[in-house]
Write a protein that binds this ligand. Structure first.
Ligand SMILES: *[C@@H]1O[C@H](CO)[C@@H](O)[C@H](O)[C@H]1NC(C)=O
Ligand SMILES: *[C@@H]1O[C@H](CO)[C@@H](O)[C@H](O)[C@H]1NC(C)=O
Ligand SMILES: *[C@@H]1O[C@H](CO)[C@@H](O)[C@H](O)[C@H]1NC(C)=O
Length: 283
């Protein structure tokens, strides 16, 4: 009787410690891959590197980065930053990517101006509360998944079609240009553009690549356009903002909300001023 009990306890002990070890190992792995993110990002953004070859692997990792499916609301300070600019410029032309209750509230400050919302989410487009509050909402389709962000950025750097002076946005051959929006979007000079959509929180979800590129192009044809980008703690938002809205145009920020002010000037060959941009372009 004595020996089997002892054996049983030993076996149990062995099994439990193995489980513990495996868990510990997994946690270590997670911490390791997490802590690698900032240096990698830093390297890519601050050095003369071309985009890495291991794109599929990396894109999966960065896309996972935004963990929660819940949309993060604007903080009190962020809300006020956008409100202040809009009330200062109203009545103005206000373009908003992402139909959200908070942005609807803010858009009411644009009395007498033109406000257009662009939304891709069918559920939001059906939502009566949201729809009846907005003056103009257009449905938009984003073909690209968040996981394609790296490839699209590479495409943009390699193709002259994506340069700001290439041709009109509407006729652009650049994969990042939104060319199927209502005419009005291309006709107007936009004073304020807010990017808080599409979701882009999963590799398979539509990402904000086109929204940010398009905002960059619109800002160039406008007259001192204020562009807000929300969720810039996430990689797509951060990278694309640096690339197409440019560090030299960043005038303020509150947490993960960045505020750019485009000077206009469609004629320049690149989005950002030479080497002043965080991402160098000599690939
Ligand atoms: C980046 O490239 C430019 C031009 O090719 C060069 O002058 C500069 O020294 C490079 N910077 C680094 C950090 O390698
Ligand atoms: C509609 O939108 C409002 C405001 O964002 C939200 O509170 C509500 O739950 C939504 N309704 C549906 C049916 O999704
Ligand atoms: C752009 O804005 C400035 C100052 O607000 C104004 O003086 C100028 O006439 C505007 N230009 C155009 C083309 O609207």
């Amino acid at each position: 009787m004595k020996i089997p009990t002892k054996n049983l306890i030993l076996t149990l002990f062995f099994i439990l410690s193995t489980v513990c070890l495996i868990r510990l190992f997994r946690i270590t792995l997670n911490i390791f891959s997490y802590s690698q993110h900032p240096p990698l990002l830093y390297t890519l953004m601050h050095q003369n590197t071309t985009l890495p070859d291991r794109i599929p692997h990396m894109s999966q990792r960065f896309a996972k980065y935004r963990s929660s499916a819940e949309e993060e609301p604007l903080s009190h300070k962020q809300y006020h930053l956008i409100s202040d600019v809009i009330s200062h410029r109203a009545p103005c032309n206000l373009l908003i990517f992402g139909l959200k209750a908070q942005l609807l509230d803010i858009s009411k400050l644009n009395k007498g101006g033109t406000t257009i919302f662009l939304e891709d989410d069918a559920q939001k487009l059906r939502n009566r509360t949201l729809k009846t509050n907005a003056v103009q909402v257009y449905s938009v389709k984003y073909q690209d998944k968040a996981s394609e962000a790296f490839e699209l950025l590479k495409h943009a750097r390699e193709h002259p079609e994506c340069k700001p002076k290439a041709r009109k946005l509407r006729e652009s051959q650049c994969k990042l240009a939104l060319t199927n929006l209502p005419n009005e979007i291309y006709r107007r000079r936009w004073d304020v553009v807010v990017i808080d959509g599409p979701r882009g929180d999963q590799p398979e979800a539509p990402g904000r690549m086109r929204a940010i590129y398009t905002a960059g192009m619109l800002a160039r044809s406008g007259n001192s356009t204020d562009v807000f980008v929300h969720d810039t703690n996430h990689m797509i938002e951060k990278w694309y903002s640096w690339e197409f809205l440019c560090q030299e145009n960043l005038v303020s920020s509150k947490g993960n909300l960045w505020h750019f002010q485009g000077k206009g000037g469609l004629s320049s060959a690149s989005f950002c001023e030479g080497n002043a941009s965080a991402l160098s372009r000599n690939s």
